[in-house]
Design a protein around this ligand. Structure first.
Ligand SMILES: Cc1ncc(COP(=O)(O)O)c(C=O)c1O
Length: 238
């Protein structure tokens, strides 16, 4: 959602066991821990430029790495496995970002810092004023870039949460999203790899989460309406 995981702790585990650490930074452009950006902790970080992300290139993404060999291999894999033309070293794909997409991305990049500040200010207003739900926790030293501003309705079942989001929409015209309502271990694609796995905390959180608007185009009036809607609908136990 835009808040880094505890990367120093994960790095320690990876180093201890000789594991490769790579970072899914798809929702976390410019997120950081003590000023160190995500995408610089692991062997590589992968960023998404899908249209809904904090910045977009229309489609596509980016890998960051400080390892020249990883950079070379990634560049080859995206270009049909070749560095030298027609001397394919690897079996690659055509994963090239088009120049048109890259041009969009370069302009978006110049706006990212400003948009991120606005997202953070919007989130600060929501956190200061939402009293009837659990608001995002940001550990000391962490920079949350609020790709999503996600609250929890503590103890809510999936049905209660869905009634809450319906009330936000029907009564206050506030849109909201539920990302990943089905935990990975329950997805038809992944469940066969984890037969009988019981993850009660994961399932609890999956049914309690709701993401609220936090994007940089929100007006003060929008923010106030979101707060009013959330507090009223949560209090009503919608
Ligand atoms: C956390 C996370 N990982 C990976 C992806 C995949 O990124 P993309 O759509 O650019 O392949 C997304 C978004 O779609 C995402 O939100």
């Amino acid at each position: 959602y835009g808040l880094p995981a505890n990367m120093p702790a994960l790095k320690e585990i990876a180093d201890k066991h000789g594991l490769v650490l790579f970072e899914d930074c798809a929702q976390a452009h410019a997120a950081a821990i003590d000023g160190k950006h995500v995408g610089t902790f692991g062997t590589f970080g992968a960023f998404s430029f899908y249209p809904t992300k904090n910045m977009t290139a229309g489609e596509g993404g980016m890998i960051t790495t400080s390892d020249p060999e990883v950079a070379r291999k990634a560049a080859m894999i995206r270009n049909q496995g070749m560095e030298k033309r027609y001397a394919n070293e690897l079996i690659g794909l055509n994963n090239r970002l088009t120049d048109i997409n890259a041009a969009i991305g370069r302009v978006q990049l110049t706006k990212l810092a400003g948009w991120t500040k606005t997202r953070q200010a919007n989130a600060a207003f929501l956190s200061a004023n939402i009293t009837e739900a659990v608001t995002p926790f940001v550990p000391e030293g962490y920079t949350h870039v609020y790709h999503q501003y996600t609250i929890r309705l503590e103890g809510a079942t999936g049905e209660q949460r869905d009634r809450f989001t319906k009330a936000l929409k029907d009564e206050y015209n506030v849109g909201s999203g539920v990302y990943y309502p089905i935990p990975n271990h329950r997805l038809p694609s992944l469940a066969p790899y984890a037969p009988g796995l019981d993850l009660p905390n994961t399932e609890k959180v999956a049914s309690e989460c709701v993401s609220l608007p936090v994007h940089p185009s929100l007006s003060q009036e929008d923010l106030e309406r979101i707060v009013t809607a959330v507090n009223a609908a949560a209090k009503a136990g919608a």
